[in-house]
Every structure is written in structure tokens, then in C-alpha cells.
Design a binder for this molecule. Structure first.
Ligand code: AHR
Length: 325
């Protein structure tokens, strides 16, 4: 190699390293095969969103040639870690993982990589300061949660017609990426508007009954609330139940904004009790199959395979309730 070629080679390697392309070569490879043994480590099954996600993965398993090793962590990050470890021990070909929380699942992701098993994060992500797509796992397939929160805030600022918006925020599972990012997107957007104030923000763990209980308690200390922002529909429905039990009229004296797009939320919009739900699609089966095939074929996989979401309001909820879950 002459001097010019050497310089050109060094420059190319440096550019590849910077772009992540060279780093991606450290990821475990996946052979092209007709069938795979695939691990799917679900976080819990306590709401329609999770059930729809699991069904989507099970449905695609049949058509994508996957023998699915399915586990349900029942709401425990520790159990989800053990579930991933068990999949590693069983020698699955790849793992699809929605990490319940951003930090605790990272060691399991690293162990899978060390064992030569590619990991695809779906729906939720891990702390990017510690683990990164293209280096520690293949990619994150999922929604832009920050944008979902921002869009909920934008709908609110455009549609709330009271003088002052007094907001109670019901947060998702503490330490999870959707809870962190939906809070960030909403709080930043709403913080720029003097008309609104978030008077309380507390976790309802993405669960209907927890959302109802938290709302019941917060209503005592903030009886002047006239806006509820819930990080998911289940907590929004729980909040509507608490408001009604307290003699309030959601949709009339309290504006409810939420995220997901479940059947119950669309019905609440049609009934005039909820203002908006920003979609967060749980249908990860097809995109997971497609991404795995591309990866096995040696195609470049972007660090974030973004899922595009719609928005459901009184204008279109009736058109979409038939397809809702
Ligand atoms: O990770 C996505 C969130 O998790 C959904 O919004 C919620 O309903 C689920 O539990």
C-alpha cells in the first residue's frame, strides 16, 4: 500500500468508527435461516396494551418462522432479568425485549451480547448513557415518547378554553423510558405556557386501579384541578372513575389527555369524557420480523427504527374504535 492509500484507509476506518458502522461489527451475527428460536420477554400483562403487544408478537411468530420462547415478568424488573438469563441459557437465536425500566435490564442485555445473541429492544429503551444501539444491542424499535408528551401538551394548549389550567399528571412506571420521556415532552411544552400549572405529578405505574387511587388522593389536596394528563390510557380511565366518584364531570369541568389509543379510551372520547389520546402503537410483530430478516441479511439497521403514531380526538375516534384493542 502506498502512502496515499494508507492515509485513505485510516481516514475510512476513522469515519466508520465515528458513524458506528465499525462498532456494529462487534454485535453478534445472525445467520439467514428459515426458522429461528426467538425470545420475547414481556414486562407484565395487566393492561390491554401489553396484551395487544404480546398477541402481535405471537401472531407474527407463526408467519415469520419463529419458535417463540415467551415469558411474562409480572411487573418485576428482577424477574425480567431472570427471564432473559433463562433465554440465554436455552440458546435462543435472538431476543426481543421491552425493558420494564431503563437501568436494571442493562446487565442482562450485555450478557446476551457476550453469549453471541443479538438483542432487539422493542417498545421501551434502556439508559443511553450506559448501553447503546449498534454497540450493545442491535436497535430500538419504538415510538418517540418525548414527542407523544409534546403532542398531548400541544392539543391541550390549543383546545383548553378555561382561564387557568390546573394540571394533575399521572406518571407511568418509575424509571421506565415512556414515563421519563412522556413527562419530559409534556412538561417542557406546557412549561412554556403561563396559562398552565402542573400542581402534582405522581406515579400510577401505568395501571388503571393505581391511577384511580392516586387520583382519588390527589383530588383531596387539589380540588381545583381541571386538567389530568395521564401517561397512558389505563391511568386516564382510572382517573375518570375517581373524578366521577367525587362528583366531577370529566370532559366538562376536567379535561383529560392521555397516550396509547386503547378501545376504552376511544370510547371515553366518543362519550365526551376524554379529550385526546396520542397513539402509542403496540403492534410490534410485523416490524420486528422485518428488522430481524434485514439484520440476518446483513443490511444496515438504524439505531432507532421509529414507529409513527397517530392522534385520536372527537373528530376521528369513532372511525378507529373498530380496529382498537
Ligand atoms: O411502554 C409503553 C407503555 O407501556 C404503554 O403506554 C402502556 O400502556 C404500557 O404499559
Amino acid at each position: 500500500m502506498d502512502k496515499r492509500s494508507v492515509l485513505s484507509f485510516v481516514a475510512t476506518m476513522a469515519a466508520m468508527a465515528l458513524s458506528g458502522a465499525a462498532v456494529a461489527q462487534d454485535l453478534p451475527k445472525l445467520e439467514q435461516q428459515d426458522s429461528y428460536k426467538i425470545g420475547f420477554a414481556q414486562t407484565e400483562s395487566n393492561n390491554p396494551w401489553r396484551i395487544a403487544e404480546t398477541k402481535s408478537m405471537q401472531d407474527i411468530a407463526a408467519s415469520c418462522g419463529w419458535e417463540l420462547v415467551y415469558t411474562d415478568a409480572a411487573g418485576s424488573a428482577a424477574k425480567q432479568v431472570a427471564d432473559v438469563d433463562s433465554m440465554i441459557a436455552q440458546g435462543v437465536d435472538a431476543i426481543f425485549l421491552p425493558p420494564r425500566e431503563e437501568k436494571p435490564l442493562i446487565p442482562a442485555v450485555m450478557r446476551a451480547k457476550q453469549a453471541g445473541i443479538p438483542v432487539f429492544l422493542i417498545d421501551r429503551s434502556v439508559d443511553p448513557a450506559v448501553a447503546q444501539a449498534g454497540r450493545d444491542y442491535v436497535t430500538f424499535i419504538g415510538s418517540d415518547f418525548v414527542d407523544q408528551g409534546r403532542r398531548a401538551a400541544e392539543w391541550l394548549t390549543e383546545n383548553f378554553d378555561g382561564e387557568k389550567g390546573v394540571i394533575i399528571e399521572l406518571e407511568g412506571t418509575t424509571g421506565s423510558s415512556p414515563a421519563n420521556d412522556r413527562k419530559k415532552g409534556f412538561d417542557e411544552a406546557i412549561g412554556a405556557n403561563d396559562k398552565f400549572e402542573i400542581v402534582a405529578s405522581q406515579t400510577g405505574d401505568f395501571a388503571r386501579d393505581k391511577g384511580r387511587q392516586v387520583m382519588e388522593t390527589l383530588l383531596q389536596s387539589h380540588p381545583d384541578v381541571n386538567v389530568v394528563y395521564a401517561h397512558n390510557d389505563e391511568m386516564a380511565i382510572g382517573a375518570i372513575q375517581a373524578l366521577e366518584a367525587a362528583g366531577r364531570k370529566p370532559g366538562e369541568d376536567v379535561t383529560v389527555v392521555s397516550i396509547d389509543g386503547t378501545r376504552d379510551a376511544l370510547q371515553a372520547i366518543i362519550d365526551g369524557k376524554m379529550g385526546v389520546t396520542v397513539e402509542s402503537s403496540p403492534f410490534f410483530g410485523p416490524v420486528s420480523c422485518d428488522t430481524l430478516k434485514k439484520y440476518a441479511a446483513g443490511e444496515t439497521i438504524e439505531p432507532w427504527v421509529k414507529v409513527e403514531d397517530r392522534i385520536f380526538t372527537a373528530e376521528n375516534a369513532a372511525d378507529h374504535i373498530g380496529e382498537a384493542y
